[in-house]
Write a protein that binds this ligand. Sequence first.
Ligand SMILES: Nc1ncnc2c1ncn2[C@@H]1O[C@H](COP(=O)(O)OP(=O)(O)OP(=O)(O)O)[C@@H](O)[C@H]1O
Length: 276
Amino acid sequence: MITMAIAAERLQVARGGTEVLHGVRLALPAGRWTAVVGPNGAGKTTLLKALARLLPYRGEVRLMGREAGAWSGRERARLLAWLGQNEGAAHDLLAWDVVMLGRLPHQSWLGAASAADRTAVEEAMRETQCWHWRERALGSLSGGERQRVLLARALAVRAPLLLMDEPLANLDPPHQADWLRIVRSHVQRGGTAVTVLHEITMALHADDMLVMDGGQVVHQGACSEPATHRALEQVFQGRISVHAIAGQWVALPNEFIALDGVADWGQAVMQEVLRS
Ligand SMILES: Nc1ncnc2c1ncn2[C@@H]1O[C@H](COP(=O)(O)OP(=O)(O)OP(=O)(O)O)[C@@H](O)[C@H]1O
């Protein structure tokens, strides 16, 4: 039997007095990476927050087969690591201390950090290449540097469930590629990742995709399935299309590729890439 890492039934969430998630049903298998995509305002952040119990909801959420509310706060904090969008953190905290916050669920009340905590922090900071700034205040770092520290904090939890909302914000292309490797290695070790991504080509690297529109999940399927590509094209009103280029699914804006000559130019660039 396939273990469901996260499942929801009849999930309803209201924000500002208005219902914005309308009875969502989903089942995300363990050991896979699911990308949540959809137009602005579709309800992606709301869904992720509800799954992490960061927002009140009606209906049912199950984490690793158990009702989310049945886990104690500390158990849940060890089970599920969260990286939010535009997350605030005290800007005068040192990067090291920010990442150490990810170890709180493992520490006793007022207990000092253990050797295992320090190892987890160092490994997470080296993995996201922010070890170098461990003595710097968070507020002194650039947007992308700060994002890597916050990603390290989520990794330091060593939770089997990793939920990330727009994790690529401010990351340059090499660090986006590093992030991809980190998520892949998390799922290869049996972990589960759920990420909200606006960059559809990056999202197509995931195993599965949850396509949202108007506060509902309109499609759930493998990123390689034509039905998933059709669902994507539909929610973005036919303004993007999914293509296979160099063995990878790529989402391109139709206006762009329809321009005379641009498609030829794209082909030429791709040939160059393949040759190099
Ligand atoms: N705090 C809030 N108060 C009132 N309405 C809210 C609040 N937060 C979100 N909403 C509304 O809920 C709906 C879903 O928002 P949500 O942030 O989940 O969408 P999203 O798919 O993540 O969007 P985006 O792609 O723009 O980040 C939107 O219509 C939004 O305006």
